[in-house]
Design a protein around this ligand. Structure first.
Ligand SMILES: *Cc1c(COP(=O)(O)O)cnc(C)c1O
Length: 374
């Protein structure tokens, strides 16, 4: 028996998460300087972090010998959303909260339901518990609520919805999300993952937090990693009924979010100037990239996030040719989308450089010998 066989078969069946290629790794591989590389692969905020968050983090560094206390962030979130503090779950990134939901509600013999091209963490978190994954066929790459409802079984305990979804950018209008919630059986938890919520234009937004009163089985997750620009600190949160939050908090590591992250998150939450700048920069960048894709005759999936997924045909080849020019985007073969690439909306100059590199990459015929890479 190999040592690996000591792990349950359902753990051995997991394929690891594929992150965006780190800048330093590409620099080593291609022998190009770090400063000449742009990374538009992980939906990070090109404006960096809020100056208020930075100041708070620097101040918090003075108390780093202490274990963290998430009281201030929990209270700030409870105030912000008019919820009880017992309805908040602080996470080491919202990923942590997704994982807690799986650990609390799934186990061998149970199943979870998600859309085929939804966020990769749903199958990962599900499989780690030994529960079964039910991937539902998508409609135009987005969620198909009717098909998802039909896929629910008596042993299903979680339905995952990312809205907007990553990596496709699809958005299911909120009236449809609510109708879906109302139509579901009561024996399951609905995780509504709103990592890109702050990028939605006002007309598309809805007060989903208010729905918690009506749906005690709803868990909403949000993050400081995207519009707040704190991806490297790892902090996110879940909002739920007190009952659901209590269960997640029992399984949560007591000190899961660190001092620096907690302090930065509290400060970032109220920095409306930085949020508005980030939103505007994203809106402009979206227009810029969409115009560029149109010029190149490339189709895309309408996106409601801070990234755009477009069809590149020989995406693996195009990706390699982008990498050679120092531009990192995200290939999506592991999302069963081998012809698509996902680009994060960057600064104006980064978007321009991406579009130029893309033009070079698609105009090269993928003939043998041209790229030398498969
Ligand atoms: C980025 C992202 C998250 C957030 O991950 P963090 O752990 O908070 O950094 C969650 N869900 C989706 C769909 C995402 O794209």
């Amino acid at each position: 028996m190999s040592t690996a066989e000591l792990a349950p078969a359902y753990i051995r069946a997991i394929s690891p998460y594929l992150p965006g290629k780190p800048i330093t790794e590409l620099a080593r591989e291609m022998g190009i300087p770090v400063d000449s590389i742009i990374k538009l692969a992980s939906n990070e905020n090109p404006l960096g972090m809020s100056p208020k968050a930075r100041a708070a983090m620097e101040k918090a560094a003075a108390g780093i010998e202490r274990y963290p206390d998430n009281f201030d962030l929990t209270r700030a979130l409870a105030d912000r959303y008019a919820l009880g503090m017992n309805q908040i779950v602080v996470g080491n990134g919202s990923n942590d909260v997704l994982d807690l939901a799986a650990r609390v509600f799934l186990a061998p013999g149970y199943s979870s339901v998600f859309s085929r091209h939804a966020f990769a963490v749903y199958p990962l978190a599900t499989m780690a518990t030994g529960a079964e994954c039910i991937a539902v066929a998508a409609k135009d790459f987005g969620h198909d609520p009717d098909a998802m409802r039909a896929a629910i079984r008596p042993d299903t305990r979680i339905v995952w919805i990312a809205n907007p979804n990553n990596p496709t950018g699809n958005f299911l209008p909120y009236p449809q999300v609510k109708a879906f919630l109302q139509s579901l059986p009561q024996h399951l938890i609905v995780v509504l993952d709103e990592a890109y919520n702050e990028y939605l234009p006002p007309a598309d937004r809805a007060d989903t937090v208010a729905w918690l009163k009506e749906f005690p089985n709803l868990l909403i997750t949000r993050t400081f990693s995207k519009v707040y620009g704190l991806a490297g600190l790892r902090v996110g949160y879940g909002l739920a009924s007190a009952e659901v939050a209590d269960l997640l908090n029992r399984v949560r590591q007591p000190f899961n979010a660190n001092n620096l992250a907690l302090a930065a998150a509290v400060a970032a939450l109220d920095d409306n100037v930085f949020l508005a700048e980030s939103y505007e920069s994203n809106r402009r960048g979206m227009e810029q990239i969409l115009a560029g894709l149109k010029r190149l005759g490339l189709s895309h999936i309408p996106s409601h996030g801070n990234f755009i997924t477009f069809k590149a045909g020989d995406a693996a080849g195009v990706n390699q040719r982008l990498l050679k020019q120092g531009v990192i985007v995200r290939p999506l073969a592991n999302y069963a989308m081998p012809e698509h690439l996902r680009v994060t909306i960057g600064l104006e100059s980064e978007n321009a450089r991406f579009l130029q590199a893309l033009e070079n990459a698609v105009s090269v015929k993928a003939d043998a010998g041209v790229t030398g890479v498969k």
